[in-house]
Design a protein around this ligand. Sequence first.
Ligand code: HEM
Length: 352
Amino acid sequence: MSKRPDVHYSDYLQLDKILDAQHPESDKEGVEAHDEMLFIVTHQAYELWFKQVLYELNSVIDLLRTPEVNDNAPTMQMVVHRTERIITILRLLVDQINVMETMTSLDFLDFRDLLRPASGFQSVQWKELEARLGLRFEDRHGKGYYTSHLKEEDLKHVKHIEAKPSLLDLLNGWLERMPYLNSEAGWKTDSDNPVDHPFWKQYRSVYGSSLLDIEKTNLELFDNLLYGKSENPKRRLTAKACRSAMFIILYRGYPLLQMPYRFINGLLEIDELMATWRTRHMNMVRRMIGTRVGTGNSSGSSYLKSALDKHFIFCELAELNGLLLERRKLPELPDSVTGLLGFGGLNGTMIK
Ligand code: HEM
């Protein structure tokens, strides 16, 4: 067997390319702007981390795309582990704003006009990340701005991603397949209608009586989210999926629900961290350029504020937390269900 050539650190990491990729516009123009190097390196570091986040996210999507996800096998562990890695990276990305903020407005002004019309808005990886998580074109803020400020090939790429099943779509399918309350293996009932299911009947009644008078509309929310009473085409999670998510959140202490719970909680964490990044970025923009328009010609911080408010992805999961009951008031589960939720659990049978 021929000996493999020695691998050298800088060749392996292709440092010749990476370290030769910082060319400040101010240098080209012969203008003094010390902080442009920081600006470039910070953006490049972000783009590298975006690449890793997408790598992990795509693998999670592939794992969930299989028609059967066995909760009693390593698949779910991998999904959760990689989701939690994404979370750790996102925390770092929020912190990285601190480095950018060591640049003052005056420092930025030294080179800012040389960048026009380039903008972080044109980050295709950021757009791809949003789309892979589940942000649809029709739900984006400023659609006209969005389509007019991306390169044609970038727009085509993001559109292609938007047309594929997102993590949110796959989450819905995975939740819908949960067997505990609606299958032969779990809590058998005569009717398929959740309104008649003894679990939800009891839950709704206890929940209703726990509400204050001013909160009574929450019962309407309960019926809409968990029974699908009023059709809202904008909703991304079906009532069936919401019932499973609720069940996981409520009974997360059972061994077989621990991984699913960590996954659901992880998705909420991703939403929160993306919003935290958006908030920090927006505040930095306010501090840096005040009310001036961005280099990409958007309204600047006010554009970013609207995107922050509109671009939550897993907010329907968060909504369910308003329907929770204290643990001591939860319906008691029959043995047929608790038996499924223990380590012997599904005995290796698949969640179809
Ligand atoms: C001095 C620092 C920065 C300023 C003043 C700034 C400013 C802005 C502004 C005004 C926008 C809105 C679009 C426009 O009109 O240009 C924007 C969007 C954006 N910027 Fe920055 N930015 C800064 C640093 C960064 C960094 C370090 C990143 C890291 C990748 C970044 C990523 C983004 C992204 C992803 C968007 C699109 C956000 C969305 O559509 O929700 N920015 N930025």
